[in-house]
Design a protein around this ligand. Structure first.
Ligand code: MG
Length: 464
């Protein structure tokens, strides 16, 4: 074939892209105006109130060691550890907190109340396609609640964990590893991938711009592709594989906008040798090998960020989601090869996403406890039970509820599912995956959960 040559990538061009998610705009923890009291417990401890010093921090000095010459901060717990619950919440966003970008009834009150009372929560969505910082800022404005990236997980957020593992598996440094990222508007998902630590991120528009013959039916989109395209890190030259574009991993970050182009390029890579675009593996079709020899020759691993076949949009009927693209690609692959498409899928209801979310939630809670009870040994001494239960509040039985019901927590926390009526679930129907309880909205979900845990407060009567 005629090689598609492109000029080497300009390093300066790479460096001007935002690489890291900025630190949180909003504080991760919120100090309560009042303590949160358990129904059956004795009155709250007077520690920190009756004997409270004028200032929370106090300095003391010793003359014995060099270390003690430094000022040491003595932390006074801001509230008794007994006032900190051992339960937490995980909220889906669409259909639970928002609908068509508008806050749902009770959403703002529920989140503010949890923040005010030091009850940790995480936002866990199968949505994506934007930087976490961007999405958190938009959500904060829509809901009128200060939110943080520290407790926010999009469908593709767990891909952060893949960066180094992928390079190790390919025997490369992170700097030498190249990934293909598809989905989303323009090159937004490239920016997200770079913020996760991927160093060389190629999108289908880069490849089409460098080699228009790779998919002859995309001319109609060429202007929009050119607007976001960057030069390829290496040319597409299968006659010289060592210096040709090699893709080490394929990541579907968000719903592809041009299924045809993405399907063609992903197929080319899955049929290649070693992920070198334009080559063909000699193992393909070998019936003595597993999967008829397909995906057996160091082709890039294929990842999908969520399995959602359908999703609720502005149209009156559900629309095909990323799961639709996955099914289409698997069908094409099977038609071409007779083999089964091997891929890794994360996102709700898959346990990998729940495991990741739980780890984020525990870390978020630890930061909260550090702030309230003191860090490290002081926090342990002051005491606070470990996270024992997470209430997953969702509107989709096949995603939120199934995932929570089936998740086996490595920390032995119990996940309890709560289905709300404000999203895709149709009242009166029997959900395929049964929640622990069905409630009207997210505020009712919070009230129910708090009561189940034996706590009480004026949930719903929050000062704003
Ligand atoms: Mg939802």
């Amino acid at each position: 074939m005629r090689p598609c040559l492109s000029r080497p990538r300009d390093i300066l061009f790479r460096n001007d892209i935002v690489r890291a998610i900025s630190t949180s705009v909003y504080p991760a923890c919120h100090i309560p105006a009042r303590a949160y009291h358990k129904q059956s417990s004795s009155p709250p401890s007077l520690r920190g109130t009756q004997h409270q010093r004028p200032e929370t921090f106090q300095t003391r000095r010793s003359f014995i060691s060099r270390r003690s010459l430094n000022t040491e901060l003595v932390f006074e717990p801001k509230i008794p550890a007994s006032d900190i619950p051992t339960f937490a919440f995980a909220f889906d966003i669409d259909g639970v907190l928002l609908r068509s970008a508008r806050p749902l009834p009770g959403a703002t009150e529920a989140l503010l109340h949890l923040q005010k009372n030091n009850i940790p929560f995480i936002l866990l969505t199968n949505g994506g396609g934007k930087l976490e910082s961007e999405r958190v800022q938009q959500l904060s404005e829509k809901l009128g609640v200060p939110l943080s990236e520290d407790n926010f997980v999009q469908s593709h957020t767990p891909f952060k964990l893949v960066v180094e593992d992928l390079s190790k598996r390919r025997g490369k440094s992170v700097e030498d590893t190249t990934v293909l990222v598809t989905g989303g508007d323009g090159d937004k998902c490239r920016q997200v991938a770079e913020s996760y630590g991927f160093k060389n991120v190629v999108i289908p528009g880069d490849i089409l711009t460098a080699c228009p013959s790779i998919w002859p039916f995309s001319k109609i989109f060429s202007d929009s592709y050119k607007a976001a395209a960057r030069p390829l890190p290496r040319p597409i030259d299968p006659t010289n594989p060592k210096n040709s574009l090699q893709i080490d991993g394929i990541f579907v970050f968000n719903d592809p906008r041009d299924w045809a182009l993405d399907t063609q390029i992903i197929m080319d890579l899955l049929m290649s040798k070693d992920g070198v675009l334009g080559t063909v593996s000699e193992k393909n079709g070998d019936e003595t090998l597993p999967n008829f020899g397909y995906q057996q020759d160091m082709q890039p691993k294929l990842y999908f960020s969520n399995p959602d076949l359908l999703w609720a949009a502005a149209y009156h009927m559900p629309r095909l989601g990323q799961g639709g693209f996955q099914a289409a690609l698997a069908g094409v692959f099977n038609q071409v090869t007779r083999a089964k498409l091997k891929r890794t899928v994360i996102g709700k209801p898959h346990s990998a996403t729940y495991k990741y979310a739980e780890a984020v939630l525990i870390n978020y809670r630890k930061k909260m406890l550090d702030e309230l009870l003191g860090k490290g040994s002081r926090r342990k001494k002051n005491g606070a039970g470990k996270l024992s239960r997470v209430f997953m509040v969702g509107d989709n039985p096949a995603s939120d509820i199934q995932g929570a019901n089936e998740f086996n927590s490595p920390t032995e926390a119990t996940w309890t599912s709560i289905l709300v009526k404000t999203g895709v679930y149709e009242e009166g129907t029997e959900p395929e995956f049964k929640p622990k309880v069905i409630v009207d909205n997210v505020l009712d979900a919070v009230k129910w959960a708090i009561e189940q845990e034996g706590w009480t407060d004026n949930v719903g009567k929050v000062e704003r």
